[in-house]
Every structure is written in structure tokens, then in C-alpha cells.
Design a binder for this molecule. Structure first.
Ligand SMILES: *[C@@H]1O[C@H](CO)[C@@H](O)[C@H](O)[C@H]1NC(C)=O
Ligand SMILES: *[C@@H]1O[C@H](CO)[C@@H](O)[C@H](O)[C@H]1NC(C)=O
Length: 177
């Protein structure tokens, strides 16, 4: 019976941590990870538009961010396709756009799988898919960088990259099983 109360205290503490952590605290923790590509403000402004995000646990937050990333990637994909169909976009730019199109299509698939895996609490798949999403979002960033051309939709490309990194970071905070 002796171990029991301390377990309860530990569980209570964990619960308090996740339930009462403000969005700002959560974002500070996420942005403090090594090598992230978003800052605290990006995290806060991204999440605060979603009602309840300040009370969500890591699983809820992952789901929220997956939804936001999906909106972002879907929007970018539509814009990429529009530019690919435009007559006044150069062939060189279309090469970079083609890379982005393929990468965003894969990214959309990653988000879908991530969301499915989250529902079945398959956190390892959530992690590997959010990592793939980040890679795919970066593929578009680097396609423009390598082309040395003026990027055609720089803010959107950057947003998709940062939000994918946010998804990856929150995914990484989930338990392994
Ligand atoms: C993409 O995400 C960023 C960051 O949350 C947001 O500012 C932007 O409005 C989003 N774009 C779309 C099209 O949803
Ligand atoms: C295409 O043409 C429009 C109108 O002339 C112009 O505003 C736009 O910047 C052009 N887009 C590209 C990618 O050159």
C-alpha cells in the first residue's frame, strides 16, 4: 500500500502538467527542442485559433496540428497546381513546382496516415509519419533553394514547413506505445 499513494500523486502531477499547461508553456517546450524551424510565436498564433487547444493533451494537440497541417498542405497543393497550369510561369519554376506537387501529395498522405494512427493509438506510426511529413515539406523548400529562382509562393512554402515541424515536434512528445 505504500507505493500506491505516491503513484497517485505522480499521476495527478502528470495530469496537472498536461491539463493546466498554458499554450505558451507548451509552445515554449516544443520550440526549445533542438533543431526546430518554428518559434514560440508561430506555435502560439497557430494553435490559439483552435478552441480548446490550451486544454488539449499531447494526443489532442497532435490531432489539432494534423488538421491544421492538412489545411495548409491542401491549400499549397491547390496553389502549386494552379501555378503549374499557368502560362506565364517559366519552365524552370515549373520544375520546382513539380517537386513540390509530388512532395505535398506525399505529405497529404502522411497526414492521413498520421490521423488514422492517432485514432488507434499507434504512436510509432504517428511519429514516423510526422517525420516523413517534415521531410516532404522540406523537399519543397529545398527545391526552390536549389533552383536559385525567386520562390513563387514563399510564405506558404515556409508555413507548411514550419507547421510540419510543429506536427513532428508534438508527435515526438507522444509515448512510444
Ligand atoms: C498555414 O499555417 C499557417 C500557420 O498556422 C497559417 O498562418 C496559414 O494561414 C495557414 N494557411 C492556410 C492556407 O491554411
Ligand atoms: C503572371 O502574370 C501576372 C499578370 O501579368 C503577374 O501579376 C504575375 O506576377 C505573373 N506570374 C508570374 C509567376 O510571373
Amino acid at each position: 500500500m505504500k507505493a500506491f499513494p505516491s503513484l497517485i500523486v505522480a499521476l495527478l502531477f502528470l495530469n496537472l502538467l498536461s491539463a493546466d499547461a498554458t499554450l505558451e508553456e507548451t509552445c515554449k517546450q516544443l520550440a526549445a527542442r533542438a533543431g526546430v524551424h518554428f518559434d514560440v510565436n508561430f506555435c502560439i498564433t497557430t494553435l490559439q485559433v483552435v478552441p480548446g487547444s490550451n486544454k488539449a493533451d499531447a494526443i489532442g494537440l497532435t490531432s489539432i496540428i494534423a488538421n491544421l497541417a492538412n489545411t495548409n498542405i491542401t491549400h499549397n497543393l491547390a496553389k502549386v497546381e494552379e501555378l503549374l497550369n499557368s502560362k506565364n510561369v517559366s519552365a524552370e519554376s515549373k520544375k520546382a513546382l513539380g517537386v513540390c506537387e509530388e512532395a505535398y501529395n506525399k505529405g497529404a498522405e502522411d497526414i492521413k496516415e498520421m490521423t488514422e494512427a492517432l485514432k488507434s493509438r499507434d504512436f510509432l506510426t504517428v511519429k514516423s509519419r510526422s517525420s516523413a511529413l517534415l521531410t516532404n515539406a522540406f523537399t519543397c523548400v529545398s527545391a526552390w533553394a536549389e533552383s536559385k529562382l525567386e520562390p513563387l509562393m514563399p510564405e506558404e512554402v515556409d508555413d507548411a514547413y514550419k507547421i510540419s515541424d510543429l506536427a513532428f515536434s508534438i508527435g515526438a512528445s507522444l509515448p512510444d506505445r
